[in-house]
Ligand binder design. Structure first.
Ligand code: PGA
Length: 255
């Protein structure tokens, strides 16, 4: 039976002070969570601090990116083994901001997926269409292409234990979330697409929604049968709002 996962993507936000304040607030608000995974992905700079601050809590540690190389002359990069070493478990890859600003290709993202699996870490694979693609009716085509980049190189079993985050680019940071029905239709398409390769893996894979999720719209989104929690940007920086989203996911308890 799959559980929802609510993960905070802090992006390029934070300071040592903010990390200790926000984690203290989250621990206070989320002393116990049932039936829902919770994780936060602070900037890599603060992972070790966050690991210590999270010790003994029900909140797992995540990160926002990884390099495809494990070691060597790759200035500025962070390896999967380093992320594992500092206790990160859930690693976001393929976020639209990286696809856009860092020109990450489907191929590079599938290599990141492979390196994470190899290191025993959980890839959180972000996929989703731009506004223009949405208007041209290409949502399903884009999502299928982004998933197939992984399945064609690594095989469908690579999806076992991984997380997919469907994040329509037009909904990220805009305050304009997809409607629950819109999101559900795409999530169902994604699950059915994976089921063409392996029905058991498709039934178990966590498919998060991301894009302007907040404490007001979370309950309705999580009531949809194929929406398994959320990848949360802006609202993950406020302890109360993030905790309310986690509680909404926990209350939704789907089978
Ligand atoms: P948002 O960001 O919640 O601020 O829209 C989501 C994300 O980029 O993962």
């Amino acid at each position: 039976m799959r559980h929802p996962l609510v993960m905070g993507n802090w992006k390029l936000k934070g300071s040592t002070h903010m990390v200790s304040e926000l984690i203290a607030g989250l621990r206070n608000a989320l002393s116990r969570v049932d039936g829902c995974g919770v994780a936060i992905a602070p900037p890599v700079m603060y992972l070790d601090q966050a690991r210590h601050a999270l010790a003994g809590s029900c909140i797992a540690l995540g990160a926002q990116n990884v390099d495809i190389n494990l070691s060597g002359a790759f200035t500025g990069e962070i390896s999967a083994n380093m992320l594992r070493d500092v206790g990160a478990q859930y690693i976001i890859i393929g976020h639209s901001e990286r696809r856009t600003y860092h020109k990450e290709t489907d191929r590079a993202i599938s290599e990141k997926f492979a390196v994470l699996k190899e290191a025993g870490l959980i890839p959180v694979l972000c996929i989703g269409e731009t506004e223009a693609e949405n208007e041209e009716g290409k949502t399903e085509e884009v999502c299928a292409r982004q998933i197939d980049a992984v399945i064609k190189t690594l095989g469908a079993p690579a999806m076992k234990g991984a997380v997919i985050a469907y994040e329509p680019v037009w909904a990220i940071g805009t305050g304009k979330s997809a409607t629950p029905a819109q999101a559900q239709a795409v999530h169902k398409f994604i699950r059915d697409h994976i089921a063409k390769h392996d029905t058991a893996i498709a039934a178990e894979v966590i498919i998060q929604y991301g894009g302007s999720v907040n404490d007001k719209n979370a309950t309705e989104l999580f009531a949809q049968p194929d929406i398994d929690g959320a990848l949360v940007g802006g609202a993950s920086l406020k302890a109360d709002a993030f905790a309310a989203i986690v509680k909404a996911a926990s209350a939704a308890k789907k089978s």
